[in-house]
Design a protein around this ligand. Sequence first.
Ligand SMILES: Nc1nc2c(c(=O)[nH]1)N[C@H]1C(S)=C(S)[C@@H](COP(=O)(O)OP(=O)(O)OC[C@H]3O[C@@H](n4cnc5c(N)ncnc54)[C@H](O)[C@@H]3O)O[C@H]1N2
Ligand code: MOO
Length: 426
Amino acid sequence: MTLANRLSEPGCGCDAPENGGSLLSIDAALGLISGHANAVAGTETLAPGAARGRILALPVLAETMLPPFDNAAMDGYALDCVALKGDGPWRLTITHRIAAGQAAMDPVGATQAARIFTGAPIPPGTSAVVMQEEADRTGDQILLRRRPSAGQNIRRAGEDMIAGTQILATGERLDLREIAACAAAGCARVTVRRPLRVALLVTGDEVRDAGATLGPAQIRDINTPMLRAALSGAGVHLAHVERTADRRYALQACLTALADEVDLIVTTGGVSVGEEDHVKPAVTDAGGRIFFAGVALKPGKPVSFGRLGRAFWLGLPGNPFSAIVTWQLFGLALLRRLCGQTGGAVLRRHVVTGAPIRHRPGRCELRPARLAGFDGMGREVAHFETATHSARVAGLSQADGLIFIPSDADYLPEGSLVEFQPFCDR
Ligand SMILES: Nc1nc2c(c(=O)[nH]1)N[C@H]1C(S)=C(S)[C@@H](COP(=O)(O)OP(=O)(O)OC[C@H]3O[C@@H](n4cnc5c(N)ncnc54)[C@H](O)[C@@H]3O)O[C@H]1N2
Ligand code: MOO
């Protein structure tokens, strides 16, 4: 396989029809998510400072110019450099004093200078600001040895923002840089999407809470706290969390009740093919439609997506690492779509492998990887375990993200280019 060719292709290699049998490729599954899911209706207005993590439902326009007037970028002296005759040095008399917040209306004369401070308006009759370190002051006079250039140390009105121009677009997520831009634009309120209402259903007769005494054949519930964390924070209201038994009719009743309550139902477990896997039958029994059931990836093959009433449904596998991988790949993309965030998926980039990889062709494998600096050609190098284990989570905190081992690859030498998706919160 030629990795140079792989770079020019959009996906990770699992698009090849001969790979994965009847299973969908990762990118085809992402395509179905973006094809079906759109931003939920409903907005609210908030002060920008209270809207961190929220998604803009309307663009933000600059209400005024920024800066609103020409002002000094340094503490120093404002003067007219054009009026300086000959080669200097020049002696000027200080006739004004302007601090930030003070308006200066009197013009400054040709042989005069204004003492000025950073942020203060540039007085009429001046064309440059000389830093105080570059002027020798004696009493009310300054001596200049070097000719200043026109406009030096002046921040011009409107150089950052012009009134009426768009500063932020619909679909942008508000974080500190966007909130700073809103404040600079004079925007007192922003219109953002309402929080997404989400339900989390964790299936499994065997799972128990942390702290509970484990009976025979029982295990700790990893998926509830993990996905509670993934589904908390700005823009998402985790309206319902329930651990349900592996019973088809109980699940169906629960799904039916939630279908009109929330925008998104996330389930874990019970989504594979055994007769104890009741989630897909329960979704269809409840009148839901399944858009895909199974993707050619490892781990996370049984991941499924559909719609039930007005809610979307994302079925994650029960194995905790499979749930993490499928949440990172499909959950985040779905959440972004439903929240109206621009860009449906987390960006992938290319890295090089820090060791050879052996792989069984068939499914695209996602392996936790740690970024370990750059090679001699400036490419990021990823290190990883020798195999993927769908139930292991202990070492995950050491990983920065997931590398994509293409579905058709059987061997990749050290230094091969592969796709990498960083772990993301949202
Ligand atoms: N005959 C086949 N069997 C399986 C296939 C297959 O294609 N054919 N696929 C395998 C793959 S791949 C996966 S992944 C699993 C996923 O199955 P489910 O989504 O139905 O998950 P469960 O069977 O309910 O659980 C799998 C595993 O994870 C443990 N688990 C479940 N919930 C939790 C939790 N909240 N916290 C911690 N661990 C949890 C559970 O005990 C099982 O060990 O199916 C394969 N089988
Ligand atoms: O897809 Mo499963 O997650 O391979 O174990």
